[in-house]
Design a binder for this molecule. Sequence first.
Ligand code: WT7
Length: 660
Amino acid sequence: MSDLETAKQESRVFSPPAAFVANANISGMDAYNALCAEAEKDYEGFWGRLARENLQWHKPFTKVLDESNAPNYKWFEDGLLNVSYNCLDVHLKNGNADKVALIFESDAGDVSKISYKDLHEKVCKFANGLKSRGIKKGDRVVIYMPMSVEGVVAMQACARIGATHSVVFGGFSAKSLQERIVDVGAVAVITADEQARGGKHLPLKSIVDEALALGDCEKIKDVIIYKRTGGNINFVAGRDLWMHELVAPQSNVCEPEWVSAEHPLFILYTSGSTGKPKGVQHSSGGYLLWSLLTMKWTFDIKPTDVFWCTADIGWVTGHSYITYGPLAAGATEIVFEGIPTYPNAGRFWDMIQKHKATIFYTAPTAIRSLIKAADGDAKIHPKQYDLSSLRLLGSVGEPINPEAWMWYYKHIGGEKCPIADTFWQTETGGHMISPLPGVTPMVPGSCTLPLPGIMTAIVDETGHDLPNGQGGILVVKKPWPSMIRTIWGDNERFKKSYFPDELGGTMYLAGDGAIRNKDTGYFTITGRIDDVLNVSGHRMGTMEIESALVANPLVAEAAVVGKPDDTTGEAICAFVVLKRSRPTGDEAKQIATELRNWVAKEIGPIAKPKEIRFGDNLPKTRSGKIMRRLLRVLAKGEEITQDISTLENPAILEQLKQAQ
Ligand code: WT7
């Protein structure tokens, strides 16, 4: 059955428990409807009220939304604030100085707790350290760090001085890192000697060295190194400095830099349908407002909660729901260095039990792989752990299939925790469509309804509304505060990618297909409508992987498609034509391995194709266009039943059935 059919047929409904509803921040459908109605009636009034009530402004804004330069919308622009002040100082003033902000658990299982006061001090000292190096408001700083307290500190310290950070996930290669450093025009890189994951030490600093040696990085004046493992590194005098040495002499007082709400807080690179990753630029005020509000609304955050988002700070989920949202909400949160399968696949459940986590937010891929592990080893089955502290679960990054949803609901949530299946994107800054735990009856596999103020709709290719029950293109009809502001350095690409003329130029195009249920109006995401793949919740452009493959001297041509995968959601399948004759047998296997390693080196291990298939050619139309829809069928291992009359070289299909 296709996802679309599943979505249409899923009829199980799970209502939030009455006790949850009674205590929820948004309690009951009437409360949700009232907020939606308020937004409907006076859109700017709604957002203005929320921004005034939820954020501390150094200077209040006088105008909520400036549409004069649409789609480069501006929110609260003449208001001044500081994001780090809103995440830290406000709690010191509210008597929460000694409250635990971060519970850090290392890969090896060591635990340390950092209070709001301690975190504030660390951020101020590091911010002063950055300033002492001449780093100032508007400068860009690349952060290439492991999951750590120091990673959060680095981001917050940039925010404190008004420097715009660009975090690069620690799994990206030297080449990917260099491309981002160059594109963003960074003046400094903050990194660590190594990262500890799954009992192994993996290099970071040496990858930074390699990236900088690739050239065009002359703007980089400083490489600041957090000593994590004490592993050997090459130290470049005059450029490299230890974080602890930089911080030691600094004052713990650092007056925040008051910036316009529109000041770029961060730029985060993500994949699009063309080869080059896009630097998604986010604001300070609008972004922070939504990461905080969604903590209150979607995650129903309360002062007593222990919140755990398992994402990495290298992805937007880690930005919004580790570094910014939970701290702005004054929550206690868990920061985890390691991986879900070390020392065994019970690690998440063990940590929930140990830290009495109340809210747990993870990705369907993790759930699916832990289901497999629990089925294979009763000792690490969640029933062996006390998970009774949990009251709310979340899912993010990719569609959650109903089977995984049911397992999560039953075995992790004990049939008492609502599940927030949160649909959103790097570009949206925070949740867009999600059940609210004290409001929405849940249907497995559906992200249900948009959050109040988020005007999502489903339209056809010309931008006309489609009725419920008919699948189409997911759009957002009005700007919202945490939306992408531009693509760094390429505003034209921003306009073309997200506000295409075909849709009238005013609707935000998410890049996903969706369908609304005929009766409930619930949304189900049916997958990307562009050449973007979602592998384990990681977003990757097919063209990016193709470019990496054809950069290999052996490769003449390559086409990459996604194929459904039980664990990772989608898997990367590459069809490759070599410059030499088509390899077979052991030789094919050996070249496939070589190409996989090549892609890991070019982009990062997450982009390694699961399957590589060699052909003398690719299936093409007479005009030379690669017929990707046929490749998708072949990747799935299905017989081709479609019309292939326009195919120039049908004989090629047989060759491409064989995977390496
Ligand atoms: C793409 C965005 C959301 C932050 C992490 C990923 C897919 C995301 C869901 C969901 C179905 C989802 C979409 C989207 N996606 N959440 N709950 N149900 N699909 O951010 O890397 O920018 O990827 O992830 O396809 O467009 P991202």
